[in-house]
Write a protein that binds this ligand. Sequence first.
Ligand code: ADP
Ligand code: MG
Length: 319
Amino acid sequence: MDEFELIRRHFAGLAPRGEGVVLGIGDDCALLSVPVDCELAISTDTLVAGRHFPLQTLPYDIGWKSLAASLSDLAAMGAEPRWFLLALTLEQADAAWLAGFARGLRELARRHRVALVGGDTTRGPLSITVTAMGLVPSGRALRRAGARAGDLVCVTGTLGDAALALRGIEGSEAGSGAPPEPELLARLNRPEPRVAAGIHLRALASAAIDLSDGLAGDLRHILEASGVGAVIEVERLPASVFLRQQLPTFASRLPLQLAGGDDYELCVCLPPERIDAASAGLAVPLTVIGHITAEPGLRYVDAAGANIEVPSHGYRHFE
Ligand code: ADP
Ligand code: MG
């Protein structure tokens, strides 16, 4: 038995008997049963070492974040997560690394009751691809298209923490400053996919996206898909205590909040009369940050309504 066969066995132990799993790990395909009144929502995300997470990131956190990124996509569509596939590329089979990775993966999988149903294992530079699958009642998924003029633009949680943590790590490695506090670091390494929020907002929102590359870039996807524009009031962008302490002025926070990336919050558009119902059912704060306009383009304004110049796009991989 080669070491990669051992890895496959390792992950086979990670898969509980999931709902709708006709056949799990072990054959050429998994067999999944999708209820007749549901659509299958499916999304894949790859995390490459040194690009999507710093090289010294703990294996536990890499496991967690790999699944979190894909679950966040399901959340943005209002889908209920059920199953996932794991494609692992590893330099070598390091037992301690694998144990930590599997623990992080298992912890988040358990919380969201998703079952690992298959995958692939190959040798090469460390990279992890998770394909997450979920269910959404037919015709009810939240899409990027659908935002209307007059809708409010809202975000869950706070923005900019992951980018602040990353900046802290880089700073401390360069010898300037202490490493980020554990709670802040968790915002980078163990994001909480907003699954419950997505399901709740599914009936109320007109459009949604999850924020992985930064609000500035991600909101543009909604605007383009919906054929509308937006005005964002930068002083309303929700900031955590960490962010406000380290960067007391909203202007200093803007680059991280708009283009830092890795927030894994949801950005949703909804008619103003639905905002109370939307906030009421949520465990996470929902903050109104602006509104949709018929006229295309994305404008940022201060509290007085004066235009503010900001970089026009989020984090992009091929720049
Ligand atoms: P095949 O060669 O037919 O693609 P493999 O030998 O790669 O099959 O995999 C055998 C079984 O183990 C399959 O069911 C596959 O889904 C599963 N598997 C392989 N790697 C992983 C992994 N990293 N995580 C979960 N399941 C895996
Ligand atoms: Mg096969």
